[in-house]
Design a protein around this ligand. Structure first.
Ligand code: HEM
Length: 183
């Protein structure tokens, strides 16, 4: 019998060492999936969307513009929870995959990972930039860059209009796949 290559042996011993923590890691995975999935729902649905739809109806209304700006600047801050949760999900998920009996023959996991790689990760990369980096509205306002500020607000609103239906469909889909493992 050919000896087990040292790397494989190392991975095996790591897997055995981590196995007793599987459910704790799954708890962390699931807990941060809840934060990721829901932490911005109320703010978006009741503050941001309302303010932007009112502004779209009256684009020159000073009060509508002021309320829009306030809502999106607050939203940039509130999305921090979601953006702390996402990397934790992306670490704990592969850990569960590594420790558990999983491989890509499990079609539910393949479908789930396709959604994560093709939709969630590209979407979050845009969201990180729009909320915390070049697109952060408060930073642009403090640096007195009104044109970039206005452009960033328009861009973020377009992004939210595209990403919200994707979240509404694919977030429950991923949770359904992971919990029911239908195929
Ligand atoms: C935003 C992305 C993700 C969401 C919303 C999500 C959601 C979930 C949920 C709800 C569960 C619990 C299933 C149950 O209790 O039976 C779960 C478990 C699991 N997830 Fe994720 N997950 C995500 C990313 C990932 C990634 C990137 C991987 C990487 C391989 C992964 C691998 C797993 C595995 C292996 C399990 C354990 C299944 C079990 O023990 O029953 N997840 N995920």
């Amino acid at each position: 019998m050919s000896p087990i290559p040292p790397d494989a042996a190392l991975l095996d011993s790591l897997r055995i060492a981590l196995a007793p923590s599987y459910l704790y890691i799954k708890f962390i995975h699931l807990f941060f999936v809840m934060i990721w999935g829901w932490s911005t729902a109320v703010a978006y649905s009741w503050y941001v969307k309302g303010a932007f739809l009112r502004w779209e109806k009256n684009p020159r209304d000073a009060q509508a513009i002021q309320r829009r700006n306030w809502a999106i600047e607050q939203f940039d801050k509130g999305v921090v929870l979601e953006h702390i949760a996402f990397p934790i999900i992306l670490v704990t998920g592969p850990l569960l995959y590594f420790i558990g009996p999983w491989n890509l023959d499990f079609k539910w996991l393949l479908a789930k990972l396709a959604i994560v790689l093709l939709i969630f990760i590209p979407m979050e990369v845009c969201d990180y930039w729009l909320s915390h980096f070049g697109g952060n509205k408060e930073k642009l306002r403090r640096r007195n860059l009104p044109e970039q500020y206005e452009r960033a607000i328009h861009l973020h609103w377009q992004f939210l209009k595209i990403s919200t239906p994707l979240i509404i469909v694919f977030m429950p889909a991923v949770v359904f796949l992971a919990v029911t493992k239908p195929f």
